[in-house]
Write a protein that binds this ligand. Structure first.
Ligand code: ATP
Ligand code: MG
Length: 388
């Protein structure tokens, strides 16, 4: 194996575990910089597999696929936190794997993630672990109500979560989740939600994007407004907290840190994502270096590039719900020279499925937001007229 700190230069092949939209956008960035990309994903039509140099269409635990990855790739990364840390650990015996298995193991389980944050002295919402029905009573008296019960593993986009108002509802929800280990979390009255995406390479160099202000609908990210409409002091605190987390985790790669801001103005960490983050998609159009180029640079142990934002931006997610009998009305979006469309190549438009996003750029976030609202209201028009 080459020395761990040696830069990996264009021409080399990079391995990506996972073929979703994040893997796809990584593939575009990496290929644009002259790398080859090998994607492992069992889905034959995966968004990243479509654009990769090589798509290994196999299960994540397929030793023949690992063999291909370790033989051909100079380094390997991932686009989702639910990849088994054991697989990362095994691959790391042969090739650099960034982020490493230890960091991903902490982050992929809500219990270890929250305990780790607490141990670093980082504020989170009050929580208690429920591993068995017998734990419910103590957890309820510790956390109080209203609360949210969350499964500890494999949750995303608000799945595996239930809002609960009393002990009976906790018992029912815990049973509905099949007795899986859960976290009961105090429901925070939110002033707003924020996120910070950053990169860190093996040398410990870091680069941080501006703070995004995130608006969710039905537990799914709907819109990110950047820069966030918050005080410079709060923005600085969010960035410093995210950098401190990356350093304390000895993290290598791109990390997303989600925050809650309480109505009292207190900053709490919600959760960590060991990969580029949906709220960082604005960087594709509004920053010198995108979060995906940053992922390439951190993986390849290159200098991280400038992450400064050149234009205020609002990113809007496009969910499958927008697709009617036909495609949404893209023409209305294309008419605006400062609106940028990104589609992920997904074939089936299911409800709640992230199909793409668009970003609006303007001189102020207020103007970008107004344009984003105008476009989003006009997008379903064509689908509706087809249905009539
Ligand atoms: P994703 O992977 O999309 O970030 P997730 O399934 O991991 O989602 P969370 O980030 O835990 O879920 O929660 C999704 C959203 O639900 C949050 O962004 C927030 O809007 C709301 N939410 C979650 N926990 C709380 C809480 N304790 N108090 C208030 N709102 C919450
Ligand atoms: Mg989240």
């Amino acid at each position: 194996m080459p020395h761990a700190n040696q830069p990996i230069l264009p021409g080399a092949t990079l391995g990506m575990l996972g073929g979703g939209q994040l893997g796809r956008l990584f593939t575009v960035a990496a290929r644009g910089m002259g790398y080859r990309v090998m994607v492992l994903d069992p889905d034959a039509s995966s968004p990243a597999g479509q654009l990769a140099d090589v798509h290994l269409c196999a299960e994540y635990d397929d030793p023949a696929a690992w063999e291909q990855l370790t033989q051909h790739c100079a380094a390997i990364t991932t686009e989702f936190e639910n990849i088994s840390a054991e697989i990362l650990h095994t691959l790391a015996k042969y090739r650099p794997v960034r982020p490493g298995a230890e960091a991903v193991a902490v982050v992929q389980h809500r219990v270890s993630e929250k305990r780790w944050l607490q141990a670093q002295g980082i504020a989170t919402a009050a929580f208690a672990v429920i591993g068995h029905a017998d734990d419910v009573a103590a957890a309820c008296s510790m956390v109080g109500f209203p609360a949210i019960l969350k499964v500890a593993r494999f949750g995303y986009d608000g799945k595996g979560q239930a809002r609960v108002a009393n002990r009976a509802e906790v018992e029912t929800a815990f049973a509905e989740f099949g007795g899986e280990v859960c976290v009961l979390e105090q429901q925070i009255t939110l002033q707003c939600e924020l996120s910070v995406v950053l990169g860190r390479n093996v040398l410990g160099q870091t680069a941080c994007f501006p703070v995004a202000e995130n608006i969710h609908a039905q537990g799914i990210l709907d819109m990110s407004i950047v820069p966030a409409r918050i005080s410079p002091a709060l923005a600085d605190l969010a960035q410093q907290t995210a950098l401190f987390i990356a350093q304390s985790l000895h993290y290598c790669g791109v990390l997303g840190v989600e925050f809650f801001v309480t109505t009292e103005g207190k900053l709490l960490v919600n959760e960590l994502a060991p990969r580029p983050h949906n709220s960082g998609h604005f960087t594709l159009d509004a920053c010198l270096t995108s979060q995906f180029e940053l992922q390439v640079r951190a993986l390849c142990n290159l200098p991280l590039g400038a992450t400064a934002q050149h234009t205020p931006a609002v990113m809007v997610n496009l969910l499958g719900d927008l697709w009617g009998q036909s495609q949404p009305n893209w023409q209305v979006l294309m008419q605006h020279p400062y609106a940028k469309l990104h589609l992920y190549g997904k074939i089936a438009a299911r409800s709640g499925r992230k199909m793409g996003h668009f970003t609006c750029l303007a001189d102020t976030v207020g103007d970008a937001l107004a344009l984003a609202q105008e476009i989003r209201h006009a997008l379903p028009a064509m689908a509706d007229s087809f249905r009539r």
